[in-house]
Design a protein around this ligand. Structure first.
Ligand SMILES: Cc1cc2nc3c(=O)[nH]c(=O)nc-3n(C[C@H](O)[C@H](O)[C@H](O)COP(=O)(O)OP(=O)(O)OC[C@H]3O[C@@H](n4cnc5c(N)ncnc54)[C@H](O)[C@@H]3O)c2cc1C
Length: 142
């Protein structure tokens, strides 16, 4: 997918700057966004354009440009917890049996509930009600 998207960008004449972060927005007096400032291994650069599309996921560019935004629940301010992913090594498939879905036809509910119970028995109460685990069959030798 990464290669395909890059090819499509290339075909469309898009100039891609990898590992480059938008760090500031420059506005004209009429509150129009004129240029973005970036930082990368190439140093600090500015890109000016008529139109910008903010694809930062968190609206970084819009926020830097002074746009208003809402964050969290209107009453409590709480936000959805970040998804956390972890890699657990040193377990055999047999030891982890029952904690992951080993059969496409089998429902997810049981392994998820077992995993949650195991986490709770260790004193951790995950905010995500249905944590899940996947088995990786690639064997890495030490
Ligand atoms: C663990 C996990 C599992 C998920 N599972 C699902 C799922 O199963 N189904 C589903 O529909 N959604 C899922 N989501 C949500 C989904 O990934 C997001 O909603 C989606 O990726 C948002 O796309 P986006 O293009 O808006 O932002 P993103 O994919 O977050 O892309 C933003 C890009 O901007 C870059 N960036 C950020 N700040 C700057 C900056 N200042 N300057 C330059 N670049 C910047 C980032 O590096 C990133 O490459 C999941 C998310 C997580 C974390």
């Amino acid at each position: 997918m990464k290669l395909l998207l890059e090819q499509l960008c290339e075909q469309a004449g898009v100039e891609v700057h990898l590992h480059t972060r938008v760090c500031a927005a420059l506005r004209s007096p009429g509150n129009r966004l004129d240029c973005v400032v970036t930082e990368s291994k190439s140093g600090r650069e500015a890109f000016c354009a008529k139109t910008f599309v903010d694809c930062t996921g968190d609206g970084d560019l819009a926020a830097s440009a002074g746009c208003q935004f809402d964050l969290g629940h209107p009453e409590t301010g709480r936000t959805q917890p970040m998804s956390l992913m972890a890699l657990v090594a040193g377990l055999s498939a047999e030891e982890a049996a029952g904690y992951y879905r080993d059969d496409d036809a089998r429902a997810w509910a049981s392994p998820k509930d077992k995993l949650r119970e195991a986490m709770e028995s260790g004193g951790h109460s995950p905010s995500y009600a249905k944590p899940r685990s996947f088995i990786c069959t690639t064997i890495c030798s030490r």
